[in-house]
Write a protein that binds this ligand. Structure first.
Ligand code: ZN
Length: 486
């Protein structure tokens, strides 16, 4: 039985889809604001959504997944004050303030984000990525309904949602709010009737924005998720995901405005992933500029993206994870072990039934990925299993873990240890030194004049950078794999 922790009720519950007969499930994940590169802490929420989608698919569901791209209108924090993040990006990059320029900047960071997802083997072939800038009409329609139903009021800087009209605000399960001290988190806005009221539309004066019945401006950030999830998935839909930081404000506000406008729940299950923290337990955040990207992790620390994904999966998604290069490198050597100890070219054999059942139990129990990863290790060292069966069994787990073991082994032409040992034994009388280390000695293909350094400097943001370690050396004969795979 599939069960998830539902923030809405604050409990673990059996998953019951809205339409059990069709086995279709609607999944909405709050996507990125594309004003900068994604940092690895952000990416945890998308790895989590990937595991969730794969788990549902493993149970036979057909998942329709929507991930919004915020390319307009998000303010610098959950508060309604401050400069728009996209406007800030234009200023930072010295670009004129026009909607076209904003689209261009957003396009650049959206492409970088989608490339990060690919590196993490997050399959998006069935995922739609609606952009906020292309759904302003839907936002206006929602705000108009709220205005007509008297849930909205106007101040000098925008249109606000009146939380007093929605008594359920902040009262449900994990969404329950404590006392909010005005000014503690949300700056005081004397025109707001209640400190928890939030902007549906913000006016702009001379700068860029969209026309609306209330004046030129931007939709409030929360509005786009309500408008787009309804458009693509209907209302209610099955599961809404996001980072844990979205609970008190963003998701609370999505629920309030969607339910107030349409009188039905927005989503039946709400699932949230925890933070990756940095030294001192602080949240990694791109607005605070203390962030690490996948590219930086690769070139500075020699950590491949899938090793980072594996490290994330060693913790439960509702568990906070402290960033540690040492711990991620340990995951990377485990990844290497899985690739090199098995022969991924083996023809199909049997998935071990005992382990298959154990795996399903783990993953169906609110995505217990630490247990699932431990099972990979157990299969690997189980001497009662044939090599080929181990490969098949781990490949089966990989449908959910999404670590692309077989694909990477093939791409990197990984030579299994058993074959390496065999060939080493054959070569031993002819060579001195340590023949098992041939992988590092072997020259790159003659037709291409690759060297480790030219390969490493192929990373766009890392021209002229050099690093002694290409992580793919660990797996493959040719350093060229660094450039090809990353
Ligand atoms: Zn959202």
């Amino acid at each position: 039985m599939l069960q998830f922790y539902n923030t809405l009720t604050g409990k673990k519950e059996a998953f019951r889809p809205l339409d059990p007969a069709s086995k279709k499930v609607g999944l909405y994940a709050c996507g990125p604001t594309v004003y900068n590169f994604a940092h690895i802490g952000n990416l945890r929420a998308y790895v989590f959504a990937d595991t969730l989608r794969r788990t549902l698919e493993y149970s036979g569901y057909k998942v329709k997944q929507i991930m919004n791209i915020t390319d307009v209108g998000q303010l610098t924090s959950d508060a309604d004050e401050g400069e728009d993040k996209m406007v800030k990006a234009l200023r930072r990059e010295g670009i004129p303030l026009t909607l076209e320029a904003m689209k261009e900047v957003a396009g650049k960071y959206e492409a970088a984000f989608r490339s990060d997802l690919r590196k993490l083997n997050i399959n998006t072939s069935e995922t739609q990525f609606p952009r906020a800038s292309e759904h302003i009409a839907e936002d206006i329609e929602l705000i108009q309904i709220l205005a007509d139903k008297r849930y909205a009021y106007k101040t000098s800087d925008g249109i606000y949602f009146d939380t007093a009209g929605f008594p359920e605000y902040g009262t449900r399960g994990g969404f329950r709010l404590g006392e909010l001290k005005e000014g503690a988190r949300v700056p005081v806005n004397s025109e707001k009737k209640n400190p928890r009221d939030f902007a549906l539309w913000k006016f702009v004066k001379e700068e860029i924005g969209w026309s609306s019945p209330w004046g030129k401006g931007f939709p409030g950030w929360h509005v786009e998720c309500s408008a787009m999830s309804r458009k693509y998935l209907g209302q209610p839909f099955d599961i809404h995901t996001g980072g844990i930081d979205h609970i008190p404000v963003h998701h609370q506000n999505e629920i309030a405005q969607s339910e107030a406008a349409y009188g039905v729940p927005l989503a039946n299950y709400w699932m949230h992933s925890e933070f990756v923290t940095v030294a001192g337990g602080e949240k990694m955040a791109k607005s605070e500029e203390n962030f690490l990207t996948l590219t930086k992790l690769f070139f500075d620390e020699g950590i491949m993206p899938l090793a980072y994904k594996l490290w994330l999966l060693t913790a439960h998604y509702r568990q906070r994870l402290d960033f540690s290069v040492k711990a991620i490198l340990a995951s990377q050597s485990f990844y290497k072990k899985v690739l090199t100890q098995l022969n991924w070219e083996t023809a199909s054999e049997q998935v071990n039934d005992h382990y298959r059942k154990e795996f399903a139990l783990a993953i169906n129990d609110d995505l217990d990925t630490p247990r699932a990863v431990a099972l990979v290790a157990e299969v690997l060292k189980d001497e009662s299993l044939k090599q080929a069966d181990k490969t098949m069994t781990i490949n089966e787990f990989d449908k959910v873990l999404g670590l692309n073991f077989q694909g990477m082994a093939r791409k990197l032409k990984v030579i299994p240890e058993s074959v390496q040992k065999l060939s080493a034994a054959r070569e031993a009388p002819k060579t001195s030194g340590n023949p098992t280390r041939f992988a590092k000695k072997s020259a790159p293909p003659a037709s291409k004049s690759w060297t480790p350094m030219t390969v490493l400097s192929s990373g766009k943001d890392y021209n002229n950078r050099s690093h002694p370690v290409c992580p793919y050396f660990l797996f493959t004969k040719y350093p060229a794999a660094c450039g090809e795979v990353f």
